[in-house]
Structure formats: structure tokens, C-alpha cells
Design a protein around this ligand. Structure first.
Ligand code: SAM
Length: 292
């Protein structure tokens, strides 16, 4: 068996050998706790029938575990300085490929087609750079790629928003955007001391599993997204208030808004955080009927 990259001493030796200076601006907090890495791979249920995409391999701490468990691993790393480091640390793993890329700019559909045989279950497993966790997740989900599940580490505050249910302070457009098409669960939490350098927040591993059917069908996704975002714009204000700010305050508009709310059996005095995904879906359809 190869030595673990993720022990504190091996990580420090690799960084020193390459004269590598960590960049805070790229969210470079590397895991130095092998036990956590085993648990991440277990949470992803990664095995020989799976192909894995990793975002931000760093020096390969997690990549090593993924390569040992999966069929093929494709890792996207934005920092060109890490490419030669990864070439060295991942040399024993011919089934791991590193591509220098910004995940937010990458053409993932093409990368998937070029690197994988399409005969294995595709999973994303990553310790995400925290400064862009939400954009990365939304980018991946909205790309509608054939990804069965995501096991991703993020700061606990974002994890709380992803799993939030209605009537809680963390529930909002991010919870809804993700939960509409995914089942979301917290796998486990990770203390900041498991990283080098230690970030100033605690972290959580979240597992997202693509649902066979979305939680609520909407005929116009753009209209749904607009309604959800607009409804949470001033989250302490009523839905009525937010809807007027979103669609207009003219008497004729108010009349149609009232009709739509009635048809969807939603009270204008409610607040966005009280509405479930199916409430928002029903209201979207009613608004479309009223010409919004
Ligand atoms: N996987 C390693 C680990 O667990 O120790 C490193 C994780 S570190 C939290 C995040 C990694 O993402 C860094 O290596 C950073 O350079 C990389 N990164 C940051 N922004 C990126 C982007 N837009 N696209 C791809 N990788 C990115």
C-alpha cells in the first residue's frame, strides 16, 4: 500500500519538497486526517462500478482514496502550481487523471464524454473550495449532468442551508433549488483541526442524491426560480409584499396576484419561509395562468 498523502507529516513533506505556498484566495485548506478521508469515500459508497469527478484535488489527499476505490477518477484543479505536485503524488494511480481547469468554466459534459466510458455510475466527491461552494453546486446541478450522487465537504453554514426545511431560518432559495431535484442529507461533521491550515469555520459532508422525479413538477423552471428568489428577497416581509415588489403594484396586477394566490390556496400574509417546494410549484402554475 502507498503511504497516505493526508497525514500531517506527509502533507508537510510534499509542500516543502515543492516549495508550495498555500493560497488562501483559492480556498486551499488541505485535509490531513486519513480517518476523515475513509469516511468520505464510505459516505459516497464509492466502488469499482463507479467513475468519480473530484473538484479541487489539492495535493491529492482525497484523490488517492478515490483512485483506490473507484474505476476512474477525473480531478479538476484550477491552480497550475499543483499540476506537477499531483503528477508526483498520483503517479502510482494510473486510473486518476488531473485536468487543469476552473470547474465553473469547464465544459463538464465534454470532459465526462472524453474521460469516462459511460458504463459506470458517475459520482462527484470533493472537498470544495469554500469561497465558491454555492456557485459550484448550482453550476453542477443546473448543468443536468448524468451524476447519480454528490458527496461534498463544505462549511457547516452552507450545509445547514442545503438541508433546511420550511419554517427555519436557514430555509431559502438555496434549500429549494437543491432539494427540488435532490435528496439531501448530512453525512457527518468535521472539525477545523482536520485541515492544514485550519479554516476558521467547521465543516460538514453533505450527500446529495439525484431524485428519480423532482419533488414538484413545474412547467416553467425560470418562472419558478424567479418566484422563489423574489419571495425570499425580504424574508421578514410577507409574501404579498414581496410579490408586489417582484411583479408590480398596479391595481390590475394586484387583482391578478390575488387570484393566483387564491387558486393556489396560499395566504398573502404568509412568509416565504413557510412555503414548501410544492407550495411554490402550485403558486408558479397559478401565476402562469394569470399571465405572469
Ligand atoms: N482535495 C484536497 C483536500 O481535500 O485536501 C484540497 C481541497 S481544498 C479545500 C480546495 C481545492 O480546490 C484547492 O486545491 C484549490 O486550488 C481548488 N480550487 C479552488 N477553486 C477552484 C475552481 N474554481 N476550480 C477547480 N479547483 C478549484
Amino acid at each position: 500500500e502507498q503511504p497516505r498523502i493526508a497525514t500531517p507529516s506527509e502533507t508537510n513533506a510534499i509542500l516543502k519538497r515543492h516549495g508550495f505556498k498555500l493560497k488562501k484566495s483559492l480556498g486551499q485548506n488541505f485535509l490531513t486526517n486519513p480517518a476523515i478521508l475513509s469516511r468520505i469515500v464510505a459516505a459516497g459508497d464509492v466502488g469499482p462500478d463507479d467513475d468519480v469527478i473530484e473538484i479541487g484535488p489539492g495535493i491529492g489527499a482525497l484523490t488517492q482514496y478515490l483512485a483506490e476505490a473507484a474505476h476512474q477518477v477525473l480531478a479538476l484543479e484550477i491552480d497550475e502550481r499543483l499540476i506537477p505536485v499531483l503528477a508526483e503524488t498520483l503517479a502510482p494511480y494510473p486510473n486518476a487523471t488531473v485536468v487543469e481547469a476552473d470547474v465553473l468554466q469547464a465544459d463538464l459534459a465534454t470532459l465526462i464524454r472524453d474521460h469516462f466510458d459511460g458504463e459506470h455510475t458517475l459520482k462527484v466527491v470533493a472537498n470544495l473550495p469554500y469561497y465558491i461552494t454555492t456557485p459550484i453546486l448550482m453550476h453542477l446541478i443546473e448543468a443536468h449532468l448524468p451524476i447519480a450522487s454528490y458527496v461534498v465537504m463544505m462549511q457547516k453554514e452552507v450545509a445547514d442551508r442545503l438541508v433546511a426545511e420550511p419554517n427555519s431560518k436557514d430555509y431559502g432559495s438555496l434549500s429549494i433549488g437543491v432539494q427540488q431535484t435532490m435528496d439531501v442529507a448530512v453525512a457527518f461533521e468535521v472539525k477545523r483541526t482536520s485541515f492544514v491550515p485550519a479554516p476558521n469555520v467547521d465543516s460538514a459532508i453533505i450527500k446529495l442524491t439525484t431524485r428519480e422525479e423532482p419533488r414538484a413538477q413545474v412547467s416553467d423552471q425560470e418562472a419558478f426560480d424567479k418566484l422563489v428568489r423574489g419571495s425570499f428577497k425580504a424574508r421578514r416581509k410577507t409574501l404579498w409584499n414581496n410579490l408586489q415588489n417582484l411583479y408590480g403594484k398596479e391595481p390590475e396586477i394586484k387583482e391578478r396576484l390575488t387570484k393566483a394566490l387564491d387558486a393556489a390556496t396560499i395566504k398573502p400574509s404568509q412568509r416565504a419561509e413557510q412555503l414548501s417546494i410544492s407550495d411554490f410549484a402550485r403558486l408558479t402554475e397559478a401565476l402562469l395562468v394569470e399571465g405572469f
